[in-house]
Design a protein around this ligand. Structure first.
Ligand code: KIV
Length: 263
């Protein structure tokens, strides 16, 4: 087993797993110092490409961004989201998961669960491709956002889904927008780590979309904590630059390239 995955598994019930998303080298290089897991999430469809959902993202997009992220990652486990439609049957799933892993040298792929694609997880794991599962609000399959696990019946169904994913061989599961009760129950019943987003602190780790966490996406629902306001910082810097260019304050003499001795 990949030693980075072993490290993640050992954290269950010991220390919290820290994860964030990245779509480029510059971000990955910073996050890598602190994160256990970096996810090249298909959330890039919304965050970077401005799509209204994640459905149009394709293999080429995800591979391209993973190649960039990979350059910034040294120690974190690099997980890549499989785009919608790329794992709709076993043959497709295996071909595309192999393409992602072989071309990018990422450590694992993440698949959203539709409560029936457990055999696909099983096949990928059998072929030595580590898989992270994803249950609850799964934007590739669910049309409308809804908190998951609001009834006992739904909570039981989510638990069964998580258990099936564990049984299929996944090394961890993202729990997205589950009630506190459902997240706590699932995290206590399964033996692989749960990574929560909008699912309380009763998970083995947490993940956020980095652009939300740093105030760059404009998307701030209750479950997100904005740790910085990069939109404001970038705007301030751009305003200053604009003023300097207009007043011919930039470039100043110290920025001029006079002859061969620059830098
Ligand atoms: O695509 C993504 O960023 C994700 C996280 C929200 C878990 O799947």
């Amino acid at each position: 087993m990949n030693s980075k995955i072993k490290k993640i598994l050992l954290k269950k019930n010991k220390s919290k797993i820290v994860s964030l998303t990245a779509y480029s080298k510059s971000f990955a290089k910073i996050l890598d110092k602190y994160c256990d897991i970096i996810l090249v999430g298909d959330s890039m469809a919304n965050v970077l490409y401005g799509h209204k959902n994640t459905h149009k993202l394709n293999m080429k997009n995800i591979i391209q961004h993973t190649l960039s992220v990979k350059m910034g990652v040294k120690k974190s486990l690099l997980v890549v989201d499989m785009p919608k439609g790329s794992y709709s049957n076993s043959k497709k799933a295996l071909k595309n998961a192999k393409l992602i892993i072989n071309q990018t040298k990422a450590d694992a792929v993440k698949l959203e669960s539709n409560n029936s694609n457990f055999k696909i997880i099983e096949l990928l794991v059998k072929k030595n491709i580590p898989v992270m599962g994803h249950i609850g609000y799964t934007p590739q399959f669910k049309k409308k956002f809804k908190i998951e696990g609001l009834s006992e019946k739904e909570t039981y169904s989510l638990l069964k889904e998580a258990e099936s994913i564990e049984k299929a061989g996944a090394f961890s599961i993202v729990l997205e927008c589950l009630t506190t009760h459902a997240a706590r129950l699932i995290s206590s019943k399964i033996s692989i780590p749960t990574i929560g987003i909008g699912s309380s602190s009763y998970c083995d780790g947490q993940i956020l979309v980095t652009d939300d966490m740093i105030g760059l996406s404009g998307f701030y629902p209750k479950f997100i904590k904005k740790y910085a306001n990069l939109e404001r910082i970038i705007e301030k810097a751009t305003k200053k630059y604009t003023r300097d260019v207009k007043l011919v304050k930039f470039p100043s003499k110290k920025n001029f390239l006079n002859g061969p001795r620059f830098r």
